[in-house]
Structure formats: structure tokens, C-alpha cells
Design a protein around this ligand. Sequence first.
Ligand code: NAP
Length: 315
Amino acid sequence: MKPVVPFVSAASPDERQIWRSALPKALREFAEVKPFDTLTETERNAAKVAIVANPDPAEVAAMPNLVWVQSLWAGVERLAAELPDDGPLIVRLTDPQMAETMSEAVLAWTLYLHRDMPRYMRQQQQKVWLGHELKTPGERTVGVLGLGKLGAASARRLKANGFDVLGWSRSEKVLDNISCFHGQAGLTTVLNRSDIIVILMPLTEDTHGMLGTDELKACKKGAAVINFARGPILQSDALLEALDSGPLDHAILDVFDEEPLPQSHPFWSHEKVTVLPHISAPTITSTASKIVAENIGGYFKTGTVPPSVDRRRGY
Ligand code: NAP
């Protein structure tokens, strides 16, 4: 008999339905995927691995012998905060397609800023016909904060498009043709030099509120920021102040402290803010299901749990 792999999710009914159809197909050769609410007590006790998407922590806790959980999302700050430290290991989704999708989004919105689109949109509203000097990508410095799966792919794609790219991470990194920095001094250098700053760090205790008034004051006059990581990394009040009084000229925001962004939030109508509804790199069901199947199939064959979140670091 095939082992049962519980699927634990409090995502929207539509989203749950998509996964409830895709996951059993992807794992069918070696496991039976069953929604948590259909498990028997014996199946709950026997489960060693579960697939999770915004799970109710009580449901995860109701499976006492879980060794690990496979998340369907790349960002696992909520899961890491909700599951006990001595609970199951957390494996986040690392999908090469997601890195492709994110780097495409980073390139698209960097080009949007590089080609002065916000300014031309404002001009159109005022029926102004006026061209501005065009810089080459090589004259534009883009700083990528966070050089993990998504940040490194984005930095490389920006470089391939001719931008001058700087990178910043917690530990020291080497990436071809990209000047990499780390530590607090490194952050200041990247902020001082970048025309466009791309945030692609995970939300952890260390990165929560990391970019506030002092950091934004270190940015170049007229710089722009793209936050595709998590809202609380970039302090909203400090951002509004930096847009209203300088030095920042524009912000592209895909992630917020509260999502959906409340109707009354000033970001919605701020002329220097582009609001996106958390769409820069969604999980793609087809490719993610394959990765999940490989991870869980590998575990059943060899007993090896894929690399998991370091609970002390938070990512
Ligand atoms: P990752 O592979 O874990 O990489 C994280 C990077 O951030 C690493 O380079 C890490 O440094 C750096 N970092 C972590 N803490 C830091 C700190 N305190 N100071 C400086 N650098 C720090 O993560 P990923 O797969 O690239 O994903 C990044 C985030 O993107 C996810 O956590 C998620 O929140 C977000 N995301 C957003 C969307 C969306 O649609 N908007 C989609 C997917 C993911 P080291 O290299 O030194 O470890």
C-alpha cells in the first residue's frame, strides 16, 4: 500500500482545489495525497511528511510523527513563526521556474523605471509632449538586496541586459561580473550607489524593518525602490517620507504589511507608487508539483530530507 501524504491548507477554496487536483497526480506513483480533513487517526499518526500551504498550525500539530513539511510557497516566515522550533523540519519551495519568473519581473520593472515610464505617464495625464535624455543600461546601477535563489537569478538577468549590478547578502558571495557586498557597511555602499534598489530578502527577525529612515536617506537622489520580497522589510512611513521629501523618486511595491492592501492606504493613490497585488512570482502549479514530487519521492526512496529552513536564521 502507498504511504499517505497529508495536504494541509487553509488557502482559498479555489486555490485548494487546484492543488487537490495537481498533487495526487504528481505523486501518484509512490504516494496517496489526502486532504487533512479526510485523514483517519491512523493516517494522521503514520504521516512522516505533509504538504502545506498556509496550514492551520493545530492541524500540523495533530500529526505527531511528522519529520518534515514541504511548503508550496518560497517565503515561509509565517510557517516558521507558527510551528514550534522542535516541530517538523520546514522545506520551502525552491523552483527554478520561480527564479525565472521573478527575474523576468525584476527586469520588466527595472526597465519600466530605466525608461522613465512613471514620468511619461504623468506627462500624458497633463498632455505634455516632452522627451528626456536617455541613459544606457550601463549608466544605470541596480542594487539587489538578497542574493539567494531569486536575487542571484535577478542580478544575473539584469547584468545580461547591460545594467551595472551590485549585490548584497548576509554572508560574503561571489557572482560573475557583479560587485557583491555584505554586512552593514556593504548595505550603505549599495544604497549610496544604486539608481534602482531591488529588495529580495526573506522576512526574518533581522530583516523586519531593516530599511527605515536612515537607510532610505542613504539612497541616491532620484533613486527608485522595487520591493518584491515582503512588505515589513521596508518601513511604510519611512518610504512615504522618502518619496515626499526625498531622496526617492518612485517605488514599485508588490508586497505589503497587510494584504490585500487596505482601501484607505495612501500607497493606492500616491503618484510615486506603483501598487501590484503580490504577483511578481506566483507558485506555478505544474512546475511546483513536479518539485514537490521529486522531494517527497526522494525521501521515500532514500530517507533524505531536502535542505530545510534554519530556524535560528529564519530562512
Ligand atoms: P533565499 O534563497 O533564502 O535567499 C535569501 C537571500 O537573502 C540570501 O542571499 C541571504 O543571504 C539574504 N539575506 C537573508 N537575511 C539577510 C540579512 N539579514 N541581511 C542581508 N541579507 C540577508 O530566498 P529566495 O528564494 O531568493 O527568496 C527571497 C524572498 O522572496 C522569499 O523569502 C519571499 O519572501 C520572497 N518571494 C516573493 C514572491 C512574490 O511573488 N512577491 C515570490 C517568491 C518569493 P545569504 O546568501 O548570506 O544567506
